[in-house]
Write a protein that binds this ligand. Structure first.
Ligand SMILES: CC(C)(COP(=O)(O)OP(=O)(O)OC[C@H]1O[C@@H](n2cnc3c(N)ncnc32)[C@H](O)[C@@H]1OP(=O)(O)O)[C@@H](O)C(=O)NCCC(=O)NCCS
Length: 114
């Protein structure tokens, strides 16, 4: 978990980034990912950002939808060693403060992917 700067339609704002959610193969399907993401959300709410975002393969987006995340529909750019590049994975967001709504427009994440 880290706080990074996002930019949509020229507005920059902090977001919490989640990454590295992995459950040992032998223990999947028992609610452990749900538990760890919910604990991470509780921590993220203390970090002062209105949103959390994550990158995931399409076949895992169902897990995150169940946990209140929504797909970012616009183009997403992230930092790479030689400049900004398109994010090939799905990007998902979730509000951390009541009523926060994701803005429309191209998203630039001013960070390497996490
Ligand atoms: C994806 C992963 C983290 C899920 O862990 P898990 O502990 O088995 O997930 P949970 O048991 O907590 O699942 C919570 C809910 O999400 C659902 N879910 C889990 N994985 C899902 C998936 N890939 N697609 C859709 N739904 C999924 C479960 O069915 C469950 O639903 P329910 O509460 O309605 O029964 C695990 O399979 C994993 O480590 N995969 C490899 C690494 C990885 O892909 N990490 C994610 C990177 S974005």
């Amino acid at each position: 978990m880290l706080v990074v700067e996002a930019e949509v339609a020229g507005c920059r704002f902090p977001v919490v980034g989640f990454g590295g959610v992995i459950v040992n193969e032998r223990h999947r399907g028992r609610g452990l990912a749900r538990e760890v993401v919910q604990a991470a959300l509780a921590k993220a709410q203390t970090l002062g950002a209105a949103f959390v975002i994550l990158f995931c393969h399409e076949d895992r987006s169902g897990l995150y939808r169940k946990l209140g995340f929504t797909e970012v529909r616009s183009d997403v750019l992230v930092v790479q060693p030689d400049g900004l590049a398109g994010m090939p994975q799905h990007t998902m967001w979730r509000a951390l403060s009541p009523g926060a709504t994701w803005p429309s427009g191209r998203l630039v994440v001013h960070s390497l992917p996490f």
